[in-house]
Design a protein around this ligand. Structure first.
Ligand SMILES: [Fe+2]
Length: 302
């Protein structure tokens, strides 16, 4: 009885054309404009997954989750039970669904829609010790570029992770997948290990959004491309501990990030997944370049 999809995220940004350029280089495509917002999507999808509204500074405009079929009524009931009042949609926001604020004041739209999944890739053919998947065929990819397939998750800064966890699990029905102490928590509403993550900070903020790509090769060529087009260095390539995915974080024009991910933990709905509380020193990454000091910086508080 819950939300079942992270549909899109919307940011306010001081210069929409700079934002559009960044996300195009990252591999998204623009959908013809409607209203105030620039709307972008992975090339194989129909619906927007990123919206950029004009604003004074970069900040989250809203998050949209999907509650298809009977889930919508169930979500309304659990919001009412949790004492969360519906509010009017922000100006210029997409029509439809219901609007609430989470305890940090972030606008949240719950829409009667399910996930939009991209067409499946051909299986990867990787040779490994004792397991040959590619025979008499060259494996080095030709003409490769990073092609985001879908939005996977968003990570928000929060001054109170436990209060946010309580809201997103109790009122919206998400589940806790893993956490590290009171520093970071990972919640899911699909078979992805996480669709929303919460990182402790002195105030709210948007840290990153993450898009699935088809291979670690795609992550690496995407990382190089973002540097080639003039982005500041981000972080990666590396492998996370929590969620297990390979990653590269491209630094966006406002000091937050867009992540490429591949090979994330998959958690079927009816399975005995036990959330773990990881020690701080072994929560972030198994290998990769040293963590840059700007990675955990909440530029919205500057
Ligand atoms: Fe991420």
């Amino acid at each position: 009885m819950a939300v079942r999809a992270l549909l899109h995220y919307a940011l306010e940004v001081p210069d929409q054309s700079i934002g559009e350029k960044f996300y195009r280089a990252f591999g998204l495509e623009e959908i013809s404009s409607r209203g105030d917002a620039v709307r972008l999507r992975p090339p194989s999808l129909v619906r927007e997954t990123v919206m950029l509204y004009p604003g004074r500074r970069k900040r989250l405009h809203h998050l949209a989750f999907g509650a298809p079929g009977d889930e919508m009524e169930a979500v309304k009931a659990s919001l009412a039970k949790a004492g969360v009042r519906e509010m009017d949609a922000p100006a210029g926001a997409p029509e439809g669904g219901i609007w609430v604020r989470d305890p940090d004041g972030n606008a949240v739209n719950v829409r009667a829609e399910g996930r939009e999944l991209p067409p499946a890739d051909r299986p990867l053919t990787l040779n490994s010790p004792g397991h040959i998947a590619r025979v008499a065929e060259r494996g080095c990819p030709e003409g490769l570029s990073a092609r985001p397939r879908r939005l996977g998750h968003v990570l928000l800064f929060t001054p109170d992770p436990d209060r946010q966890i309580d809201f997103y699990t109790r009122a919206l029905g998400m589940r806790l997948s893993d956490r590290s102490r009171s520093i970071v928590a990972f919640l899911r509403c699909t078979t992805d290990h996480h669709n929303l993550a919460l990182l402790a900070s002195k105030g709210p903020g948007f840290h990153h959004a993450s898009f699935e790509v088809g291979s670690i090769d795609e992550i690496a060529v995407g990382a190089q491309r973002m540097l080639d087009v003039g982005c500041e260095p981000g972080w990666g390539v590396g492998r996370h501990v929590i969620g297990s995915n390979f990653f590269y974080y491209a630094r966006d024009p406002w000091g937050s990030f867009a992540e490429y991910f591949h090979d994330l933990d998959f958690i079927p709905e009816h399975c005995a997944w036990e959330p773990r509380d990881f020690p701080e020193e072994d929560a972030l990454y198994r290998w990769g370049p040293p963590l840059p000091d700007y990675f955990g910086h909440n530029t919205e508080l500057d």
